[in-house]
Ligand binder design. Structure first.
Ligand code: MUC
Ligand code: MG
Length: 366
């Protein structure tokens, strides 16, 4: 079970329609496939989605840091030496999605080697999650139509609505149209990607007070320290920290500082090893968890559901697992399917992901 090779392969697959939100927009999934090979011939895989507007990483940067720093730190180690791997990768600051993809590919190889699914190895709580779909910026009627299509085609009844535009009424009008169009049986929450100030956020939330929102996420920047604390303390729904909590220490700071009352776990940003730490921390702090979406492809979504299904706390709420539906294609030989509003984690071994070699040849950029 010794790691003999690490590969970072850039690939690009266009979106059918771009996802737009307050901090950026994504038209093409320019991700990096990470492959870890062992001396037994086992190959583990995961994908890193570069998000320069969130973490500062780029596709070429992810390939470079894996090739020039991380590969050399893990080649020669046994798959079981997970804390040794974690410590070595932690010597480099930042680069969260590069580290996470490598970490998850190693867990995939470990699961395959031991004959267990990653979900079983992590916690084995259940094998599936309810799905929440993320709705990017558009006109109210188009966003309602999109939500209706997701509900009618896939049985999805939880929606995260992107907000954070100016004036904020562009967004409150959308959320109102969604509630009126879809009725009380759907769950709605909002994510501002730091687009509003604390006071704009407070006004927008007051205007949506009758709409039965479940959560509010990153409406204003965590760096607006006192403003954000002021906002979070007046809301009557949990406030999710997402891009402000890249590390467990940031989770602790935001929660104890009164600037967050729930946490988004993204396996794309904390892999399996650090996501487990964040899960345990949130359990200890007594805050709710949501499995978030880093605009992941199918492999990334498979990683999210594999982790989310492993624990009671992460599988309680719908996870954001469906934005791969907006891509024109993917690398998996056996595509993910959402039925009855649920996505099932594969029974393994490992992640149960098989990369289609023809698709990889078509989309790889190197
Ligand atoms: C999200 O939950 O914020 C958009 C930006 C990002 O970092 O992740 C996505 C989704
Ligand atoms: Mg978010």
């Amino acid at each position: 079970m010794k790691i003999t090779r690490v590969e970072a392969i850039p690939f690009a697959i266009p979106y059918r329609k771009p996802l737009k939100f307050a901090s950026g927009e994504v038209h093409v999934a320019e991700h990096v496939l990470v492959r870890v090979t062992t001396d037994d011939g086992v190959v583990g895989v995961a994908e890193a989605p570069p998000r320069p507007f969130t973490y500062g990483e780029t596709q070429v940067g992810i390939v470079a840091v894996i090739d020039t720093i991380f590969a050399g730190q893990v080649v020669g180690l046994d798959l079981m030496e997970r804390e040794q791997i974690h410590t070595r990768l932690s010597r480099t600051i930042g680069n969260p999605t590069a580290k996470s993809a490598l970490d998850m590919a190693i867990w995939d190889a470990l699961g395959q080697s031991l004959g267990y699914s990653v979900t079983e190895l992590l916690g084995g709580y259940t094998d599936r999650m309810h799905v929440s779909h993320m709705l990017g910026f558009d006109e109210p009627a188009a966003m309602v139509a999109e939500a209706e299509r997701m509900r009618d085609t896939y049985g999805i009844t939880t929606f995260k609505v992107k907000v954070g535009r100016h004036p904020y009424r562009l967004d409150t009008a959308v959320v109102r149209a969604l509630r009126e169009g879809l009725g009380d049986e759907v769950e709605l929450y909002v994510d501002g990607n730091r687009g509003w100030s604390a006071s704009e956020s407070a006004r927008a939330m007051a205007e949506m007070a009758d709409l039965g929102l479940t959560f509010a996420e990153e409406l204003c920047p965590a760096d607006d320290v006192l403003g954000r604390r002021w906002l979070v303390q007046q809301l009557d729904v949990p406030f999710i920290a997402d891009e402000s909590v890249v590390t467990p220490a940031e989770v602790t700071r935001e929660v104890l500082g009164g600037s967050a009352t729930a946490i988004s776990i993204k396996t794309a940003r904390t892999g399996f090893t650090t996501s487990r730490r964040v899960h345990h921390l949130a359990e200890g702090l007594g805050v709710e968890l949501v499995m978030g979406n880093q605009i992941d492809g199918q492999l990334g979504s498979l990683c999210s559901v594999a982790f989310g299904a492993a624990f009671e706390l992460t599988s309680r709420r719908a996870g954001e697992l469906s934005n791969f539906l907006d891509m024109t294609d993917d690398l998996l030989a056996d595509p993910l399917e959402i039925h009855g509003g649920q996505l099932v984690a594969r029974s393994g071994p490992g992640l149960g992901a098989v990369i289609d070699p023809d698709k990889l040849a078509r989309y790889r950029q190197d």
